[in-house]
Every structure is written in structure tokens, then in C-alpha cells.
Design a protein around this ligand. Structure first.
Ligand SMILES: Nc1nc2c(c(=O)[nH]1)N[C@H]1C(S)=C(S)[C@@H](COP(=O)(O)OP(=O)(O)OC[C@H]3O[C@@H](n4cnc5c(=O)[nH]c(N)nc54)[C@H](O)[C@@H]3O)O[C@H]1N2
Ligand SMILES: Nc1nc2c(c(=O)[nH]1)N[C@H]1C(S)=C(S)[C@@H](COP(=O)(O)OP(=O)(O)OC[C@H]3O[C@@H](n4cnc5c(=O)[nH]c(N)nc54)[C@H](O)[C@@H]3O)O[C@H]1N2
Ligand SMILES: [Mo]
Length: 770
């Protein structure tokens, strides 16, 4: 019987608050890692495990997508990664007895932390239509049941195959193959909610939907590093080591963020004695407290200031050689900036003209500029246009295709970028589908499938029969929680391939069936008929490398993701399905990698180059960076003229930005603390500027409902504690997933269709008030 952890979340006044921290990591970060390892795994197992992490011949950290440096430290991980690994390698177990004790209705009353804290799933479980409890089921019966339900659908498009970004390249490749063999492109993924806007903007302007700088560009070459809409201290802690290295050789670092995040203060490097004992390194040279969604105006302002300086002294500011040779759209775009009104720029961005000029002084002094960003820029109505403005800004001074320069979207999940490379996308281009056809001899569907938001619409409308999830927590991660959960209940069958129990496993309707299929995690040894298997991943900077789990699996019944997906393929189509040999791919993942080599460019000698014994794996080609090759419609890098915009906030409303705490990884809530922001013991908080609190007749500590309104009605997040916090006027922040109930399904980013998770107009109502 699993230990029964207790819900520890405080509400209201019991939540402790302190002013946000002005430094990051140091000793508290180390202690956190050790504490986590020991409580979840025990001391010996935790030491053994941590030392294998991100090492040659070890396993890839299952947390974020930050790359590994060429020279690895003995402990090449961070507090975040340590928590992720301890959480996966925990000794706690969710057994059939656990499910016999807890009805689904009981489990639905528990919070995110409690559900996952019960430990690793051990046994395939089945919830029959109308049943109150999950019961064990044999693997073959479970796979047979899914195959039967898929075959019974009137059309393949009534199935949806969701992917979270932890799946390995091998698992992702066979998963998309299964969906397309079945006949659907309904392959939504977490990327739809994450860097989809970056992909859309970069493909249109530089011809490739991902970043093109490497970790060395940052640490060794960039003169100026801009970190916009990103909170690396919490979300990519190992990036701080890279920034520190850059800083020490003289690079300048600027943070653009509505919240004064800890990385902009001192960094106390946990990997050096000096860092732990001393006062730390001042990482940032400048902090621009932009208004939420003011970045488009801000970057246009930078470009306007550069244009004015060039106009005053022609030939001294712009890189005309680069512009003439490699770009188009320059004249119209510059004309647009000339016509902009400074008044609009400063009002929309909340940043003064003087600060913009101070920043531009750094830019003209810098031979190379890299702009890094994450969710603070991708989840607003105008995100795609905002990122295009970043590209414009970089192109002006030739800051693409030279060392230390370029756009750098920092990815979230450890293999979210690799999953896309493998074909997890509802609209893969024709060349990929043609290559699948040539390799496997069947004609994959060509029409666009559902992305995440379209999936929720289809769930709501009752047009999805079978929903399959390869990892993740769909109902908690997506917008409009109530609509999504109600929609999920309309499915006939919900299948979750997972390591830990979560909310998405508990949304079956009265007439639907559900399966939980427990799988191996990345730390665990994966043995198939062909022997020990490794898997591969691609990091945020296009490096592909192997990962080799070493721990004994948490339960003898676990199967690998590849084994589950190919097993289903076999049930549906037979072991030998034309040129698709599901069994051979399961027995030896090298066979999958051979197929990938034939389908996806850049993967030659994949099995050799990505073997975990290789030092760093290999880098996929990056045309813009390596050779200033731009695979766009015109073959040039494209300046784009964009109409300036920012979020409209009705009178009496604040603009809500939903963020991550230090104690969570997306919907996985490790604990209820956010050390850097000084919030302890609870997550139901809304961080508001002191003056805005006063204007609403509120004080720090008051309990409020947070309310959003849209054409489809009012949404309410109940009983949040108001916390006075240094945000710009008119802006506030709360944690996701708790705040996702507030985001209307129809509130999506133009072009990318990403939920607008960082731009939600809300009002606050004191609890008990009418
Ligand atoms: N500990 C931890 N690490 C993680 C994750 C996690 O949940 N926990 N998740 C992983 C995943 S999947 C991802 S995608 C990444 C996410 O990494 P981040 O994007 O760094 O994470 P968020 O908490 O969403 O933080 C967004 C930041 O943008 C700021 N911001 C919000 N609105 C704006 C705006 O309009 N303009 C600007 N300039 N800034 C704005 C917020 O104040 C916040 O600092 O992290 C990965 N790593
Ligand atoms: N409001 C708001 N919403 C957001 C965001 C935001 O900033 N604000 N961010 C969005 C972003 S950037 C992202 S990436 C999404 C994240 O969305 P998801 O990727 O769907 O969510 P996660 O919380 O990462 O998924 C956690 C679950 O994954 C399972 N899991 C963990 N490891 C493994 C594994 O190795 N294999 C398998 N099969 N399962 C595993 C566990 O069961 C765990 O419960 O959320 C999005 N939602
Ligand atoms: Mo993400």
C-alpha cells in the first residue's frame, strides 16, 4: 500500500510571504536538491542517480531542454533537475490496492501535488463504463481494447494523439507513425501551448522554426545577451552558469520582464566554492520592467531608435552589407518605424524613451547580440508579430549567422524540440509526409489535424471518440479547464501513457472507459528482445544525443513508451504491416533510428553519432547560423512590417500573467513554495501592485475571487490570497495550472493558436462582497 501523503497546501492568511529574492541558487538551492533526493529516493540511490545525470553514458535530465556544455561538471544538474529525477525515481508506488481504496470521485477531489506524490504507477489499470474504481488489466487486454475501439470509429479523425515533450525521439517517431498509419494528423502537443508562436514567426522570417545559437555562442561569444519573457532562475537554472561565464568575459546582460525575477540579481553558482561562499556575480546590467505584452512596442522602439541614429549618421549603425545580400522587406519596415509615435511606444511598453536609448547604447557597442526568450513572449495575442519584431531588430545589425548572435527561443520540456523534428505536429509539411510514404509505403493523410485548442473544441462538441495521451496532463495544462474537463468526459475511451497519476486520468464520463498505462521513465533501464536500449533527445539548441536509463524499473510490469506504441501498432495492423515492422522496431530501437535517418534530414549515421558513449552527440544543421542560408519563400531573411499593438484591458481590470513557481514543473507540483518570489506554503495567490490593490479597495492578505469575462461568459478562480508584489501598474500574476480556469478557450494567439496564458484581463472581487 502506498504511503498516504497529506495535502499541505495552505490557503489565505496561512500562506507566508516575503519580498522577492535578489539572488539565485547558492546554498538553499543545493539543500533543496539534497532534501528532495533523500526523501524520495533514499540517500544512496539519490547520490548514484544524480551522478549519472547529463553525463556521457548516463541519462538525459528529464526536466528542461537546456543543453549540456562540452565540459561537464561532476554534478551537471540543477535544483530543478534534481527534483524531476527524485520525483521519477521515488520509492513510493501507486498499486492496484491504492485504486481499490480510492474511487475516481475521491481522487478527483485531490490537488495536483497529492495525486502525483503518491508515487509511480505500477500496473495497467482500466476504468469500465459506469465503474467507480479503476481495476487492474493485463497488457494484452488493454492494447486489444484500444485497438477494438479505434477500429470501431466511423472515421480515423475521431481519434486524437496528444504528446507531452518528454517522449524520446524514438517514442515520438513511432507514435506519429501510428497516428498517420491509422489515417489522422490529429497530433496536438504541448508545443502548441509553448513555443508554437516562436516556430511560426521564425519559419516565416528566417526559414526554420527553431533557434540557431548554441550554448557556446552565449558563453563564449555574445557581447550582449537579452533575456526577455523568461525566468531562467526557476525554469532553466543551468542557464545561469552559462550567463555567469559570459558575464565574466565581459558580456552585457539585460532582462526584460514585468516581474523582478531573481536571475536579474546576484547569482551564487552552486558548482563553485566561490559561488557558494562569496557574494555571487551580478548577472544583469540592466532591467527593463516592461508592461505585460509591451514587448512588441519595446522592440519596435529599439529599432526606431537605431533607425534614428542611422538616419543621423548614415552608414554607421545598420549592417548594410548583410541587409543588401541576405534580406528583403527592409525599406517598408524601416519606413514603418520612422512613422511610429514615441508616445505610443512608451505608453504600450511602459518603458521610458531614456531607458530605450540607454539599451540602444549597449546594442551599438555590441558586435554580437543574442535574444533569448520563453513563455513571456509566446502567449499573447500578438506573439507571432512580437517575435517577428525581435527578428527585425536582430537583422538590422546583421545579428544572425555570426558567432554569439541570433534568436534563441529557450525550449521547455527536455525533448519538446525533438518531438517536432520527429513529426509530432498536426501540420507537418509535404516533404515529411512524402518521405514517410517513400519509407513505409502507405499514403499518410494530408489534411491538417487538430492542434491543442482545436482538440478541446472537438472534445466539447463530442466529435472525439478516442483520446490517447503520450505523457502530459492535458486537462490541467490547457486553457478553460472546466470546458476541457467536460469535453474529455464526452470521449468513449481515454488512454493515458504515464509515469504518475494526474487529473487527466480522472475525467471519464459516466459512459466512457479509461486506461492508465504505466511506462518507464528516462532514468530506468529499458531491456527489449534485442537487449539494452538507449533513446535519443534533441535539446533547445539542436544537439541530438543518447540517453541511457540505469535504474531498475519501478515495477516489473512497466513497459517502455516505444513498446506500448508499437504493441498497439501490432494489435491494429499485425506485426508485419507492409514495410512497417512494428515488432522489429520494438525489439531494437536502432531499427527506428534507421527509419528516422531515411525520413528526416541531418540524421545520417544516427545510430553511431547519437550513441550515449559519444561525448556530445551531434548538431543538426542550422542554415541561418552556419551559412546565412534562409529557407523562406524568397530565399532571404525577411524584414516584416507589423502593426503595433498591445493587450486591451477594460477599465477596472488588470492584465494577468500566469507563471511557474520554483516548486513545480508545469502541472507537476513538487511542493507549495516559490522561494525566489518569497511565497511559501500555498499556490492560490494573485500578485498585484500595491497601488492597484489600493485602487481596488484591497490590501495585502485579502481574499479575492479572480474573475475573467469574455463573449462566452464569466469565469471565476475562487479564494485567492492577494499578495502585494512589485509588478508594473495594471499587471498581475498567478500560478498555472490553478489559474487556467480563467483563460477562455477562444483567447488564442493570432496565427499560432496558442492559448493566451500571459494576457488574461481579470478583475478582483473581495470574497464575501457582492
Ligand atoms: N521549475 C520549472 N522549470 C521549468 C518548467 C516549470 O514549470 N518549472 N517548465 C518548463 C517549460 S515546459 C517551459 S516552456 C519553460 C518556461 O520557462 P519560462 O517562460 O521562463 O516560464 P514562465 O514561468 O512561464 O515565465 C515566464 C516569464 O515571462 C514573464 N512575462 C510574462 N508576461 C510577459 C510579457 O508580456 N513580457 C515579458 N517580457 N515578460 C513576461 C514572467 O514574469 C516570467 O518571468 O520552463 C521549463 N522549465
Ligand atoms: N496558464 C498556463 N498554461 C500553460 C502554460 C503557461 O505558461 N500558463 N504553459 C504551457 C506549456 S509551455 C506547456 S509545455 C504545457 C505542459 O503540458 P504537459 O506537457 O501536458 O504537462 P506536464 O505537466 O509537463 O505533464 C506532467 C505529466 O506527465 C507525465 N510524465 C512525466 N514523465 C513522463 C514520461 O517520461 N513518460 C510519460 N509517458 N509520461 C510522463 C506524468 O504522468 C505527469 O503527471 O502547459 C502549458 N500550459
Ligand atoms: Mo513548455
Amino acid at each position: 500500500m502506498a504511503d498516504k501523503p497529506i495535502e499541505r497546501e495552505h490557503r489565505g492568511q496561512d500562506i507566508e510571504t516575503k519580498p522577492p529574492k535578489k539572488s539565485s541558487v547558492g546554498l538553499p538551492g543545493i539543500l533543496e536538491s539534497v532534501r528532495y533526493g533523500e526523501t524520495e529516493m533514499g540517500a544512496k540511490r539519490s547520490l548514484r542517480t544524480f551522478l549519472k545525470m547529463n553525463q556521457v553514458g548516463g541519462f538525459d535530465c528529464p526536466s528542461c531542454a537546456w543543453p549540456d556544455p562540452a565540459e561537464r561538471k561532476t554534478a551537471e544538474f540543477c535544483e530543478n533537475g534534481a527534483k524531476a529525477v527524485a520525483w521519477e525515481a521515488t520509492r513510493k508506488r501507486v498499486t492496484p490496492e491504492f485504486f481499490a481504496e480510492h474511487s475516481v470521485a475521491d481522487l478527483r477531489d485531490r490537488d495536483h501535488h497529492w495525486l502525483e506524490a503518491n508515487g509511480r504507477l505500477t500496473t495497467p489499470m482500466y476504468l469500465a463504463a459506469g465503474a467507480t474504481h479503476y481495476a487492474p488489466i493485463a497488457w494484452e487486454d488493454a492494447l486489444g481494447l484500444i485497438a477494438d475501439r479505434l477500429k470501431a470509429m466511423p472515421s480515423s479523425d475521431r481519434a486524437v494523439f496528444y504528446t507531452s515533450g518528454r517522449a524520446s525521439n524514438e517514442a515520438a517517431f513511432v507514435y506519429q507513425l501510428l497516428a498517420r498509419r491509422l489515417g489522422t494528423n490529429n497530433l496536438p502537443d504541448c508545443s502548441n501551448m509553448c513555443h508554437e508562436s516562436s516556430g511560426a514567426a521564425l519559419s516565416a522570417t528566417i526559414g526554420v522554426g527553431k533557434g540557431c545559437v548554441s550554448i557556446e555562442d552565449l558563453s563564449d561569444f555574445a557581447d550582449l545577451i537579452v533575456v526577455a519573457g523568461q525566468n531562467p532562475g526557476t525554469c532553466h537554472p543551468r542557464m545561469l552558469t552559462t550567463l555567469e561565464k559570459a558575464k565574466k568575459r565581459g558580456a552585457k546582460i539585460v532582462g526584460i520582464n514585468p516581474l523582478p525575477e531573481a536571475f536579474m540579481g546576484k547569482f551564487r553558482n552552486p558548482q563553485s566554492v566561490r559561488g557558494l561562499a562569496g557574494t555571487g556575480t551580478d548577472l544583469s546590467d540592466m532591467y527593463l520592467p516592461v508592461r505585460v505584452n509591451g514587448d512588441m512596442a519595446l522592440f519596435a522602439g529599439f529599432s526606431k531608435a537605431l533607425t534614428e541614429r542611422e538616419d543621423a549618421a548614415p552608414g554607421t549603425v545598420f549592417d548594410h552589407d548583410f541587409i543588401d545580400h541576405y534580406c528583403d522587406g527592409f525599406e517598408e519596415t524601416v519606413a514603418g518605424w520612422r512613422a511610429l509615435d514615441w508616445e505610443d511606444i512608451t505608453r504600450m511598453s511602459g518603458i521610458s524613451r531614456a531607458d530605450i536609448e540607454r539599451f540602444v547604447d549597449l546594442v551599438v557597442d555590441a558586435g554580437s547580440v543574442t535574444v533569448c526568450w520563453a513563455m513571456g513572449l509566446t502567449q499573447h495575442r500578438n506573439s507571432v508579430a512580437t517575435i517577428k519584431e525581435i527578428v527585425n531588430f536582430l537583422l538590422l545589425r546583421g545579428n544572425i549567422g555570426k558567432p554569439g548572435a541570433g534568436p534563441s527561443p529557450i525550449r521547455g520540456h527536455s525533448n519538446v524540440q525533438g518531438d517536432r523534428t520527429m513529426g509530432i505536429w498536426e501540420k507537418m509539411p509535404a516533404w515529411f509526409l512524402d518521405a514517410i510514404q517513400a519509407e513505409f509505403g502507405f499514403d499518410p493523410p494530408r489534411e491538417e489535424g487538430y492542434d491543442t485548442v482545436k482538440t478541446i473544441e472537438a472534445l466539447r462538441d463530442g466529435t472525439v471518440d478516442v483520446f490517447v495521451s503520450l505523457g502530459g496532463n492535458f486537462v490541467a495544462a490547457t486553457s478553460d479547464t472546466a470546458v476541457c474537463e467536460a469535453g474529455m468526459a464526452n470521449c468513449k475511451l481515454v488512454v493515458n501513457i504515464a509515469t504518475k497519476l494526474n487529473r487527466s486520468h480522472l475525467c471519464a464520463g459516466p459512459d466512457s472507459e479509461s486506461l492508465i498505462l504505466p511506462c518507464l521513465g528516462r532514468t530506468e533501464r529499458d531491456v527489449q528482445a534485442g537487449g539494452d536500449q538507449f533513446v535519443t533527445v534533441e535539446d533547445s539548441m539542436s544537439m541530438v544525443h543518447g540517453s541511457w536509463g540505469r535504474l531498475l524499473p519501478s515495477s516489473p510490469l512497466l513497459r517502455s513508451e516505444v513498446a506500448i506504441v508499437t504493441g498497439l501498432g501490432e494489435k491494429l495492423f499485425g506485426a508485419q504491416d507492409g514495410s512497417v515492422d512494428w515488432r522489429a522496431m520494438r525489439d531494437d530501437y536502432g531499427v527506428i533510428r534507421k527509419h528516422i535517418e531515411h525520413v528526416v534530414p541531418g540524421f545520417h549515421a544516427y545510430n553511431e553519432r547519437a550513441h550515449p558513449s559519444q561525448r556530445r552527440g551531434f548538431m543538426l544543421p542550422r542554415g541561418p547560423h552556419d551559412s546565412r542560408t534562409f529557407n523562406t519563400a524568397t530565399g532571404k531573411a525577411r524584414f516584416t512590417a507589423n502593426t503595433l499593438s498591445c493587450a486591451e484591458v477594460p477599465e477596472g481590470y488588470l492584465l494577468l500573467n500566469t507563471v511557474r513557481s520554483q516548486g513545480q514543473f508545469n502541472t507537476t507540483v513538487y511542493d507549495y513554495d516559490d522561494r525566489y518570489r518569497g511565497i511559501k506554503g500555498g499556490r492560490h495567490v494573485v500578485m498585484v501592485n500595491e497601488a492597484d490593490l489600493a485602487a481596488n479597495g484591497l490590501r495585502d492578505g485579502d481574499m479575492v475571487d479572480v474573475i475573467s469575462n469574455s463573449a462566452s461568459g464569466e469565469r471565476r478562480a475562487k479564494s485567492f490570497r492577494a499578495v502585494a508584489y512589485p509588478t508594473p501598474a495594471g499587471c498581475c500574476a498567478a500560478y498555472f495550472p490553478e489559474a487556467n480556469v480563467l483563460i477562455p478557450l477562444e483567447a488564442t494567439v493570432d496565427v499560432s493558436n496558442t492559448p493566451m496564458s500571459k494576457s488574461v484581463p481579470v478583475r478582483l472581487e473581495r470574497v464575501g462582497q457582492p
